[in-house]
Every structure is written in structure tokens, then in C-alpha cells.
Design a protein around this ligand. Structure first.
Ligand SMILES: N=CN[C@@H](CCC(=O)O)C(=O)O
Ligand SMILES: [Zn+2]
Length: 449
């Protein structure tokens, strides 16, 4: 009947205490998260046999409740947290975790002053990783990804948005999506996979040709593989909507002859084709140059848009009205020395703000505690805002706002037990989260490392 009991907690950071609130927005809501405190460490959490939170509160109240049900406490697996602190497991709202090789050599180029696009134009960047990823076997990619997934879990991430996008052709994109779809059960990182076949235009192809291939070959193949059960979790569609990569919208209603259509702007086409296949729109917008991607995304009902370093005033208004989640990626702005997105303005204008690691060979950081620290320092979020963005709001960005991202009755029991004076230490201590995180619990099961 019950899977796990955690006792002797001094603090439980719930974020919200219900399973109906899907996100928090605005300064007032994001800074008033629900926290239970007990100076004598008498708080407890009980998880039911479906892996959902069943009780959160004072242990003595739980005892009464269980006695009334005639449940023998001794029969439940019990963890003595010894004055620990419970917080929700992190939901990483944006990552590119399946790839072969690394790009450490490009880090040196960037330190010497090269921009992201200059590295790309010199044959590096996404195409470099694509070539390595195409060469790698599915088994090699899976093995590497599982190592990353374990490290993510160790760093407190229990749910992950994870993109394809280093294949860029039918075989290699499907290979990546299969890796994301079939992680071994001993690595309980929950994945919301995103098809990102429009991550770059490969050499020898064009934006229009790639758009045709994605809409007419790749997405139908994914639909077929989902139907026959070979792919399970392709939930989102992504495009690198950026000047010189995939631009905003097509001038043409009909795009039969792609090759002749020189100014064929493709992001919208691809995103709408993904929507038709049942995927939620969740894409890269306004990272390096403003091109109006956010305005387009808000119009087509994008569930989330990431980066937003160059978002316009109109884009902010659009997101606030559409309810699209702004997934901010502080490590990328940091490593590329970009001006960070206007996080405060987004919050003040009622845009729902979430956080993602953007783990990829350009920005090699998978630890959400570090991402929250960056968000606080470089984007001026408060610590409660950063935690909300990395839990409930990022859960909402992948359609899990009612089930994940908070410690509340009926939600998935994904949580961390911290050892520290207060929960804020998970953000405050730089690159020391391993000392703070004592246990990671996914669906009520303690993760074994
Ligand atoms: N900007 C596009 N995509 C990734 C980078 C991928 C790469 O450089 O390999 C991002 O979100 O930062
Ligand atoms: Zn990205």
C-alpha cells in the first residue's frame, strides 16, 4: 500500500501544496512558495505504492492517520533523514544529451574571441557533433547517454527534456530518438523527448530542402515508429529558429518546388507539421539575432520557447498572453558571453519562466544547482524564483505541471533529501551540490548509485 516513508525532516519545500496549480508566475507568486518548517525535525513524507505523494506534514498526524487505516508503520520502507530537507527533484527544461565526441577545442577558440556562429562557419559547432554522432553506433550513444543520465540524477534532476538534433537525416535522427526512448530501467531519469531535426542545415543541403525532408520524410517516419511502439516519448517539436539557420515563416502557401524558393522561411512550417503529429511546440528562439520567432511561436500556441536573449517587447507581450513558457538557459549565455535574456522583465510581465541546463557539447553543464546559481547571479532571479523555475515551471514547459515539480499529495514522488542548514544551500554553494544532496528519490524509489 505504501512505498516509502521519510522521517525526521526539518524542512519540506513543497513549492505548491496541491496538484492543480501548473505554474507560478510573477514576482509575488514565485517568491511565496510553500515551505514547511520544524525546528525539532518532526516532518514526514509518505509515498503510496503508485509512487505518488500520499502525506506531507507532522509525523504525529501521519501516525494517527495510519492507525485509523490499521497500517503497520514497521511494514513500510523507512528512511531516517536525520534532520534533512526535502525539495522537489529538478526538471531540466532543455538539453541536448545524446551526442558523440566533445568540442573542447572550440572552447579554446571561443576564449580567444570567436563567436558561436564563427565557430560554426569554420566547420565546427553542431555539424562537427553531427558528423561524430552519425559515425557512432546506437549502442555507443546509449552507453554515453546513460553515463550522462546517471550524473544528472546524482545532481538532482529527476525529469529531463531531451532533444535529438545531431543526426539531421532520417537514420541518425531516429537512432538518437531510440536512445532517448529506451533508457535502461535502472536509470530512472524520466525523459520527454523532443524531435529537433531542424537544428542545423547540413552541408550540401539547403534550409528549404531540409524542411521538405523533415516534413515529408522524418516526421512521418517518427509517426510510424510511434504507432508501432518503437518510439514512446517523442512529445515535442523543436527548431533552431535563428537568422541563417531556420528562419521564421514561409512566403509560400504551396512549397512543391523547394529548390527554386530562395527565401523559403521554414521554422513555422516545421513546427506546425510537428503539431499535426501531436507534438507540443518547444523551440529555440531569438538566441543570437532578433527575427520575430517569439511572435510567431506565441501565435501558433507554442508550449515553450528557449533562450530569448534577443526577445522584443512585443515578444514579451505575446508570451505573456499565450502562456508559452520562457525556458532560460543561463549557462549558454555565460559561456558565449551573451547578454542574458531579460529575466526580470519577463517575470514582471507575467511570462512563465523556467530553467534548463542546455547540456550540449557547446555548454557542458548538466547540474541544475549550478544553473540556478547562474540564473540568480547573471539574470537576477531570487532563490525562490530560481527553484520554482527549475521545478514546477519547467515541469509545466513539458506538460507535467500538474504531476511533477512540487511536493504535494497526488503528485509524482520525485524529490531530493538535502543535508544543510536550509534549502538555499543547494543554490548558494558553487559546484558543491554533491555535498548537499544526500538522496535522490524518483517515483518514491530511492535511486541507488
Ligand atoms: N543553439 C542551438 N542549440 C544549442 C547548441 C547546440 C550545439 O552547439 O551543439 C543551444 O541551445 O545552445
Ligand atoms: Zn538548445
Amino acid at each position: 500500500m505504501y512505498r516509502l516513508l521519510v522521517k525526521n525532516l526539518k524542512q519540506v519545500v513543497q513549492i505548491v501544496d496541491d496538484n492543480t496549480t501548473e505554474f507560478l508566475r510573477g514576482e509575488q507568486q514565485m517568491n511565496n512558495i510553500k515551505i514547511l518548517n520544524s525546528s525539532s525535525s518532526t516532518l514526514a513524507i509518505l509515498v503510496d505504492s503508485d509512487g505518488k505523494f500520499s502525506f506531507i506534514g507532522e509525523f504525529k498526524d501521519l501516525q494517527k492517520h495510519l492507525e485509523a487505516e490499521s497500517v503497520d508503520l514497521g511494514s513500510i520502507e523507512t528512511m531516517d533523514s536525520n534532520g534533512g530537507i526535502a525539495i522537489p527533484g529538478f526538471v531540466d527544461g532543455h538539453s541536448h544529451p545524446v551526442f558523440a565526441g566533445d568540442r573542447v577545442h572550440e572552447f579554446a577558440m571561443k576564449l580567444a574571441g570567436a563567436t558561436y556562429m564563427e565557430v560554426q562557419q569554420a566547420g565546427g559547432g553542431i555539424m562537427f557533433t553531427t558528423n561524430k554522432t552519425r559515425e557512432a553506433s546506437e549502442e555507443e550513444l546509449r552507453r554515453d547517454f546513460e553515463e550522462v543520465a546517471k550524473k544528472m540524477l546524482q545532481s538532482g534532476t529527476t525529469t529531463l527534456e531531451a532533444k535529438s538534433g545531431y543526426g539531421l537525416n532520417v537514420d541518425a535522427e531516429l537512432k538518437m530518438l531510440r536512445v532517448l526512448s529506451t533508457v535502461t530501467p535502472s536509470i530512472p531519469l524520466e525523459i520527454s523527448a523532443t524531435f529537433c531535426g531542424a537544428h542545423a542545415v547540413p552541408k550540401g543541403s539547403t534550409e528549404s530542402e531540409q524542411t521538405r525532408m523533415i516534413c515529408e520524410e522524418l516526421i512521418p517516419k517518427i509517426e510510424e515508429e510511434q504507432r508501432n511502439g518503437h518510439l514512446k516519448n517523442v512529445e515535442n517539436i523543436d527548431v533552431f529558429c535563428e537568422k541563417g539557420v531556420f528562419e521564421v515563416e514561409s512566403r509560400y502557401k504551396d512549397y512543391k518546388d523547394y529548390k527554386l524558393q530562395k527565401n523559403f522561411f521554414c521554422s513555422k512550417k516545421i513546427l506546425e507539421r510537428g503539431q499535426k503529429a501531436g507534438m507540443a511546440v518547444n523551440f529555440h528562439a531569438e538566441e543570437l539575432k532578433y527575427i520575430g520567432g517569439v511572435e510567431m511561436g506565441a501565435k501558433i500556441g507554442a508550449r515553450a520557447m528557449s533562450h530569448l536573449e534577443e526577445i522584443s517587447e512585443e515578444g514579451i507581450r505575446g508570451m505573456s498572453q499565450s502562456g508559452s513558457v520562457a525556458v532560460l538557459l543561463p549557462s549558454t549565455a555565460f559561456i558565449l558571453r551573451l547578454t542574458p535574456p531579460p529575466a526580470r522583465k519577463l517575470i514582471e510581465n507575467g511570462v512563465i519562466v523556467a530553467l534548463g541546463s542546455d547540456f550540449n557539447p557547446n555548454a557542458y553543464c548538466l547540474a541544475m544547482p549550478m544553473i540556478m546559481h547562474f540564473a540568480c547571479v547573471t539574470m537576477k532571479l531570487s532563490m525562490p524564483e530560481a527553484l520554482t523555475a527549475a521545478t514546477l515551471n519547467s515541469a509545466h514547459s513539458i506538460g507535467r505541471g500538474k504531476t511533477h515539480g512540487a511536493i504535494a499529495k497526488g503528485r509524482n514522488a520525485d524529490f531530493l533529501i538535502l543535508s544543510a542548514n536550509s534549502w538555499e544551500h543547494i543554490i548558494y554553494r558553487i559546484a558543491a551540490h554533491q555535498d548537499v544532496i544526500q538522496h535522490v528519490v524518483k517515483n518514491g524509489n530511492i535511486v541507488k548509485f
